[in-house]
Design a protein around this ligand. Structure first.
Ligand SMILES: C[S@@+](CC[C@H](N)C(=O)[O-])C[C@H]1O[C@@H](n2cnc3c(N)ncnc32)[C@H](O)[C@@H]1O
Ligand code: SF4
Length: 259
């Protein structure tokens, strides 16, 4: 008699699940170029119509770029998307929706995929944050730099401290997860400023779980002060190798697919 065909086996499958991917999407324009910035970012076109046309052509080019990369990543699931810049918050909610729809149409996204978008407090409107959230963005990365008006002016930023606070509060309202980029060891910046600013400006956010990036060179004295302060406030503090460009980062997922 012929042995029955086994449909299921406990032996390991000969097929391996391909490792997941993280997708980085670059948006190259800003309201104005900051003098200290080393990123591939450029002042946007003066007229809103021209700027919008360029964004539309760029979104089309991104889609085509991703299509051409598909054979290299076939079968792999995306576990995080980071839309960085530049200032992606210059996009409208509809444009972010178009971008994410294109990505979803071409690549399988994990159900818990983290989707981050970088925003500048000077381009922030509450409605736009709502629209980004509705489009599928579930984490915001805010370029605060400092809450001090003099420091912000010296940095050539387009926003002041009040706008930075408002943007952080709005981020907290619309997003469960967000990060604040803060610059430490700026010329003339005191440890006192570092210690006081974030905590006094955002008392409402202090109670939320948070983590800090690793302690490094020039920022070390300032960062130690902040860590001590957080310990004193009895907040959970995490230090680790994860920066602002994605919190679901990679040890087991070393591949980044730039778009
Ligand atoms: C590429 S920007 C995107 C956010 C947004 N464009 C903004 O500035 O608000 C991300 C972060 O990079 C940091 N950054 C810019 N220039 C830098 C430089 N030369 N060295 C280190 N960090 C820098 C800033 O903290 C900024 O918030
Ligand atoms: S807004 Fe952000 S990306 Fe643009 S120039 Fe300034 S720091 Fe760089």
């Amino acid at each position: 008699m012929q042995a029955p065909i086994r449909l299921h086996s406990d032996e390991p499958s000969a097929f391996q699940v391909p490792p997941p991917l993280s997708l980085y999407v670059h948006f190259p324009w800003c309201a104005r170029k900051c003098p200290y910035c080393d990123f591939n970012s450029h002042a946007q076109a003066d007229g809103e119509l021209e700027a919008a046309q360029l964004r539309s052509r760029y979104l089309q080019a991104l889609r085509e770029d991703l299509e051409s990369a598909l054979p290299a990543v076939w079968g792999r699931t995306v576990r995080s998307v980071f839309i960085g810049g530049g200032t992606p918050s210059l996009m409208t909610g509809e444009e972010v929706d178009r971008l994410l729809c294109d990505i979803r149409a071409l690549l399988p996204l994990a159900p818990d995929c983290e989707i981050t978008l970088e925003a500048n407090p000077g381009t922030m409107e509450a409605q736009r944050f709502r629209d980004f959230r509705a489009a599928g963005v579930n984490r915001l990365s805010l370029g605060i730099q400092s809450f001090d008006d003099d420091q912000l002016t010296r940095l050539g930023r387009i926003h002041d401290g009040r706008q930075a606070v408002r943007a952080a509060e709005q981020a907290g309202q619309h997003f469960e997860r967000f990060n604040l980029d803060l610059m430490w060891a700026l010329p003339g910046q005191t440890v006192d400023q570092v210690e006081v600013e974030p905590f006094e400006m955002l008392p409402g956010l202090l109670g939320r779980p948070h983590r800090l990036p690793p302690i490094v060179d020039a920022a070390q004295p300032c960062q130690l002060v902040v860590v001590e302060r957080l310990d004193a406030e009895r907040q959970p503090v995490h230090t680790g190798p994860r920066g602002s460009r994605g919190s679901a980062a990679p040890p087991s997922c070393p591949d980044w697919l730039p778009a």
